[in-house]
Design a protein around this ligand. Sequence first.
Ligand SMILES: NC(=O)c1ccc[n+]([C@@H]2O[C@H](COP(=O)([O-])OP(=O)(O)OC[C@H]3O[C@@H](n4cnc5c(N)ncnc54)[C@H](OP(=O)(O)O)[C@@H]3O)[C@@H](O)[C@H]2O)c1
Length: 431
Amino acid sequence: MAKERPEKAEETEQMIEKEGGKEAAEVPGGAADGRDMRAVLLSAFGGLNKLRVARKVMPEPQDGEVKIRVKACGLNFIDLMVRQGNIDNPPKTPLVPGFELSGIVEALGGNVTGFEIGDRVMAFVNYNAWAEVACTPAEFVYKIPEDMSFSEAAAFPVNFVTAYMMLFEVANLREGMSVLVHSAGGGVGQAVAQLCSTVPNVTVFGTASAFKHEAIKTSLNHLFDRNSDYVQEVKKISPEGVDIVLDCLCGENTGKGIGLLKPLGTYILYGSSNMVTGETKSFFSFAKSWWQVEKVNPIKLYEENKVMSGFSLLNLLFKQGRAGVIRAAVDKLLALYNQKKIKPLVDSLWALEEVKEAMQRIHDRGNIGKLILDVEKAPTPLVSIILIIYCKSLLSSLWAAPLLISCSAAAPALEMGTVRCIEVGAGTAML
Ligand SMILES: NC(=O)c1ccc[n+]([C@@H]2O[C@H](COP(=O)([O-])OP(=O)(O)OC[C@H]3O[C@@H](n4cnc5c(N)ncnc54)[C@H](OP(=O)(O)O)[C@@H]3O)[C@@H](O)[C@H]2O)c1
């Protein structure tokens, strides 16, 4: 295989130190014995320009670990926040981002049982997922069904386990209850909607950007524009409010969510998307969101019979040692998948080299479902991108349609998702 020659790395990127010191070093020009791999590298916290693909020494499994030849990786909202350094106790950079992947078991470390080389798996990884090869403790690895594609498998763990744990372990969702979920067209939002449909007579209220409504309207009972006064909209339909509020936005939505709870209802804070207001971390957005959070008095909760809780999957897995609880949830979720009751919604596939464009799509709120980094996908040729942007900018002209068709024919390898992203980008550019 021809080796990609990366641009010269900065001094600090030559050796990557991670907690535990297991992180593989970057290899400018590739390792002499060919035991190197492509990986996405975050050189420092900040904007999209801090991301690039580099060659690194391939990791080898330690005791208790599984080495996986990665096929696809999940791109989550938290990855944007990691890139910005917008998380608690961020690790040192440079680092390889990514918390979930799917692929094929390539080797086993000592004392690993239950897996064989060649098994198709999905896994959680505490960083380092966005690479051609990754190692992770066997307790975070799960075999996948034969009919589950690698893209689906990479879209599965974070979204469905988060949705499952919140609905069934924290909020105890039961027949006849009602749920409010924000970002309803996103990865977690769609997993929540699907899991709610597995329980009889559950009413799901959701908020999302208006352009997504047509695509996702059948997955929820009531859908509101994210900019609307959703509290009044919910109360018009259900004056008592709802049983479960899932809040990934934080800030002013915290008080609104708690206010919407019925007696014995549960509010769960599981994200702070409102803090992301641009490409880089904004202290102003952080302070505003923090300031707007309702300071809740437990005595008020007692008087009103309300439950307030929080959920963090990554902390549960990697800091609080609850891999067993998560495996039980994954087993139940895979049973639902096998019964065809749930199915990950994949928005689009991207090459590792297209990670910036993929992240931009989330910043632009363009995704419906999950974005996947497909390790084997070749980047979209630049000439195709230019042609399509050009054609899109001419859409209002009569002669644009035939030109658009010829452009599409000239770029047959383009993935649907990539085209959609370019449309969004072109639309933004035209505005
Ligand atoms: N606690 C946990 O364990 C856990 C696990 C997974 C995810 N999460 C959280 O759950 C939320 C959803 O995560 P996800 O990975 O499924 O992502 P996602 O929903 O696919 O994220 C993209 C969508 O979020 C909405 N959004 C809200 N605020 C935004 C902002 N400031 N910038 C851009 N988009 C914004 C947009 O949809 P609309 O415009 O349609 O609203 C956008 O399309 C995030 O807050 C994430 O941190 C938490």
